[in-house]
Structures are given as structure tokens and as C-alpha cells.
Design a protein. Structure first.
Length: 378
């Protein structure tokens, strides 16, 4: 996330990834997060929810090699801990190497390689794998804050750029009422940016794009002080991935579908990893808080659904090892988790669930259908 330091009290508006300890040490230093600052030819694509470049993006399922160019073991482990959050939702793997070629090369306190010898920044997407593959492609700063949310914020944000995501505040769908005169002046005095640079990195992406949803909670969003908006509204700093961050990165780097689910699995992973789809790819099984659904992907409609809209909190859905399917959740105003729906099939341990080409979800035990979404318990 963006980091800024400035002396004048009137400008003391810290951007999101600032570590509190560093603020006292680096008052004379401007720190910025500038994704792909050295290569300004960003090319955001047209896909719902998150701004991401068309090319070059990583291949789905790719193992990305990462190397630390400096830093200590504590810093390295913090990066591994927080960066791995992206791989829960993106079908990518991170492999950390100590020598040889690396797709992403991370520095903490390195200097002298570019005009970005301070702050936190990252080359955008797979561009780090082209050109000089010995040069630093990401800088994270010292990461010595005792505030883990600050460390999480910096690592998640810069790795978001490394996966191809651009700033959410610059999405064409954003609803920020900028005070443009103040914004241009602010970044001119702060970073020496021209109007075009402010437009590119702060206001709007340079390409014609279509986005279905603006996400003010995104880890990729700038901290926006109220002084830069006409309505006095600000956007707070984030330290975790938003639901839309997770959904979007999963759409760009999806895990493969399967048609069979083994007993003992949780439906909570269906949105990310263990996605169930019929062999003909027409139907998918989806779990959202409070509901288990079968979707007709061709006609884009729900053909089967169980659940209750009043139980969205702490929702879980499991295919238990005994063969029973159970959906639980809590009401908006209650903390107690209740059973919303169950298939009542606990006498079939080791059964499997299979989504058929006609959209029927079947529980199969010893080769026989014992329950289905169309007919219930047989």
C-alpha cells in the first residue's frame, strides 16, 4: 500500500502501509508504492471486480520462483506468511529459491538500482520475469514494525501488484468524488508527479475498461484522506484481503473444477479450490453464506437451492465423513450457530457426491444413489 512521508503538519496524511516506528525515523523521506513505476504502459483488462493487466500475467497453475536479495530470516518468514494468503484463492504456487533464476526478486533495504530506492513498490504482473532478471522487482522496506497489520498490508498489497492487480482507487467504477485541484497539487508537491501521472496512478486507469463493482475495502486501494475529496469522505487503510479481492483473483487464476466430492470435505472451499462442476461443464455447485446452490451456467440461473437468507453469519457447510450434508449458520442478531438444512444421510460413511450432466446432485454409496437434489432421500 502507498507510503508517504512529509514534514509539514498540514500534509501529514500517512498512506496505508506506513509502519509506525518508521514514521519517526524517516520524516525526511518520501515513500511510495508505485506499481510498475519504471514501465508506465499498464494495460488493465476487462473482467468484473478487480483491475488487472491483460498481459503479461502468470499462467494459471504456474509455480512462481521468488528470491530474497537481502533481509534477514525474520523478514523472509513474514513475507512467506502473508504472501501465501493469495495462493488460498489463486491457482498459483510460490517457490522460494536462494540462488539462480527467480521470477520475482525482493529487496528490503537495497538502494542504487533505480529511482525507487525507498518505500514499497512492485513491478506489475509477469513483467518481472522479462528484461534484467537479476534486478530487484519488488521492494518491501524494512518490515520491522511491531504492528503485524502494517506488515500484512504492505506484503499483500505489493504481491497483489506482482500478480497483476492495479490500484482499486483508479478503477473506472470507483465512486470517489475527487477534488481534482487538490489531488493534482498534493501529488505534485509530494512526488513531483505530473497531471498525467496522477491520472494514471491515482484517478483512473488509462485504458477503456469495464468493471462491475468498485471495492473500497480492497487491499489494492489507496488510503484516501478526506481533504482530497469534495464530499469529505475518506477510505481507510486495509490489512487483509476483501471478499472481492478473493473472488476476483480466483476468477483470474481459477482452480480446476471436479465433478466428484469426497465425504469429509467442507463446502466452504467450493468458492476457491474444491469447485464442483458437471462433466459437461453446464452446472456448478456453489456455497455462499447461508445457501448451497446448483447453478445452470448456460442459462445463468439457480436450479436447486437450500438454505435461509436469515442465517448468513458464521455459515458453514460440510459433507461429513458419515455421508451427511449439513448446512449451518447464525442469524444476523444472534451468535448461536444453528442447523439450517441437512440431507439426513448419516448412515452412508465414505459416500461421494457427484454432479450429473442434467444438474442433479447425487449422493452415491457403494455404487447406488441414496439421495439426490431432485428426488431427496431414496
Amino acid at each position: 500500500m502507498e507510503k508517504f512521508r512529509f514534514l509539514a503538519p498540514i500534509l501529514f496524511l500517512m498512506f496505508a502501509s506506513c509502519n509506525h516506528e518508521e514514521r519517526q525515523k524517516e520524516l525526511n523521506q518520501i515513500q511510495i508504492c508505485a506499481f510498475d513505476f519504471m514501465n508506465s504502459n499498464s494495460d488493465p483488462a476487462t473482467k468484473p471486480n478487480s483491475a488487472i493487466i491483460n498481459w503479461p500475467r502468470w499462467e494459471i497453475g504456474q509455480t512462481i520462483k521468488i528470491k530474497f536479495l537481502d533481509g534477514n530470516e525474520v523478514q523472509h518468514e513474514k513475507v512467506k506468511k502473508y504472501a501465501s494468503e493469495w495462493t488460498k484463492y489463486a491457482n498459483l504456487k510460490f517457490e522460494y529459491v536462494s540462488s539462480g533464476y527467480a521470477d520475482i526478486r525482493i529487496g528490503f533495504n537495497r538502494a542504487g538500482e533505480s529511482n525507487l530506492d525507498f518505500g514499497a513498490w512492485s513491478v506489475l504482473g509477469m513483467r518481472s520475469a522479462y528484461g534484467n532478471t537479476d534486478a530487484q522487482s519488488m521492494r518491501l522496506g524494512p518490515l520491522n514494525s511491531t504492528d503485524e497489520s502494517s506488515v500484512s498490508r504492505t506484503v499483500l498489497h505489493e504481491f497483489g501488484h506482482a500478480l497483476g492487480l492495479v490500484h482499486e482507487n483508479a478503477s473506472p467504477a470507483s465512486k470517489i468524488n475527487w477534488n481534482l485541484a487538490k489531488v493534482y497539487q498534493y501529488y505534485s508537491e509530494l512526488n513531483g508527479w505530473s497531471k498525467d501521472e496522477v491520472d494514471r496512478y491515482v484517478i483512473k486507469t488509462p485504458e477503456s475498461t469495464n468493471y462491475s463493482q468498485y471495492d473500497a475495502l480492497s487491499i489494492m486501494h489507496y488510503y484516501i484522506p478526506a481533504a482530497l475529496t469534495t464530499d469529505g469522505k475518506s477510505v481507510n487503510e486495509m490489512s487483509v484481503l476483501s471478499d472481492i479481492d478473493k473472488k476476483s483473483i480466483n476468477q483470474w487464476y481459477p482452480f480446476p473444477f471436479v465433478s466428484v466430492m469426497e465425504s469429509g470435505q467442507s463446502f466452504n472451499d467450493l468458492r476457491w479450490k474444491d469447485r464442483i462442476q458437471s462433466n459437461n461443464k453446464r452446472y456448478s455447485l456453489e456455497f455462499t453464506p447461508g445457501f448451497l446452490r446448483i447453478i445452470d451456467l448456460v442459462e445463468k440461473k439457480i436450479i436447486w437451492e437450500v438454505g435461509n437468507i436469515r442465517y448468513p453469519r458464521r455459515a458453514i457447510c460440510n459433507f461429513e465423513s458419515n455421508g451427511n450434508i449439513i448446512l449451518k449458520g447464525a442469524k444476523y442478531t444472534a451468535s448461536t450457530i444453528e442447523t439450517i438444512w441437512t440431507s439426513n444421510t448419516s448412515e452412508y460413511p465414505g459416500a461421494t457426491l457427484q454432479l450429473q450432466d442434467d444438474g442433479d446432485l447425487q449422493l452415491i454409496y457403494n455404487g447406488t444413489v441414496k439421495w439426490s437434489s431432485k428426488n431427496g432421500k431414496v
